[in-house]
Design a protein around this ligand. Structure first.
Ligand SMILES: [Zn+2]
Length: 207
């Protein structure tokens, strides 16, 4: 598996392009904005996007999804359906950040779903707390987790949004993510990558 991170929007959200080295088939995780930058990078890498994956319904994670979906004629998958209320209110969010049409997904995802990309398989793990329908994507064989706004290098997701829940967030991290293994490298929605092992010991929000 290869990946490339493109920070998008004023919030520097990590849009992550992931592809199979054998087939050059790719997924775009959380294309939150700057669609042209994402398209240019796909062209430069000479890879073939098949799907868009969404971790949760905040605008900085979904803002360019419709544009990219239409351009490549590819489906948008995720988040989990409890984030439907956020996607329905996208126009309200967009007033504050940038222009966006109302967002919709093609397929809601659930805990345990599997996404295939070439020879890669991503497992969907439902991690509510930052938003109720937040999901993360786990490539077990490669020990890589794309974690959205659940856990960050030295921090955790905000829980002061509508229908956020701090205890649910902590439970998601401690019960669902940390047991995946200390060796797991995660790519967060903002900031630099880290490992679950490092955060288990050093992340003060988890004490
Ligand atoms: Zn968020």
């Amino acid at each position: 598996m290869n990946y490339y991170i493109i920070p998008v929007t004023a919030l520097m959200q990590n849009c992550c392009i992931v592809w199979c080295k054998l087939t050059s088939e790719a997924v775009i995780v959380d294309p939150g904005g700057n669609a042209d930058n994402i398209k240019n990078k796909l062209q430069e890498l000479n890879i073939n996007p098949l799907k868009i994956l969404i971790t949760h319904g905040h605008l900085d994670h979904v803002g360019a999804s419709i544009a990219i979906s239409k351009f490549y004629k590819i489906p948008i998958l995720g988040p989990q359906k409890f984030d439907k209320f956020l996607l329905e209110h996208m126009l309200n969010q967009s007033k504050h950040i940038n222009k966006s049409s109302n967002f919709t997904t093609h397929t809601w995802l659930e805990d345990g779903d599997k996404i295939e990309v070439g020879s890669l398989t991503f497992e969907v793990i439902h991690c509510p707390g930052h938003t109720p329908g937040h999901i993360v994507y786990f490539y077990r064989k490669g020990r890589i987790l794309i974690s959205g706004d659940v856990i960050f290098n030295g921090s955790i997701g905000r829980s002061d949004f509508p229908r956020s829940n701090r205890q649910h967030l902590i439970n998601s991290i401690k019960i669902k993510l940390l047991p995946l293994g200390d060796d797991i490298t995660f790519i967060p929605g903002h900031g630099s990558i880290s490992t679950l092992g490092y955060e288990r010991i050093h992340n003060t929000f988890l004490n």
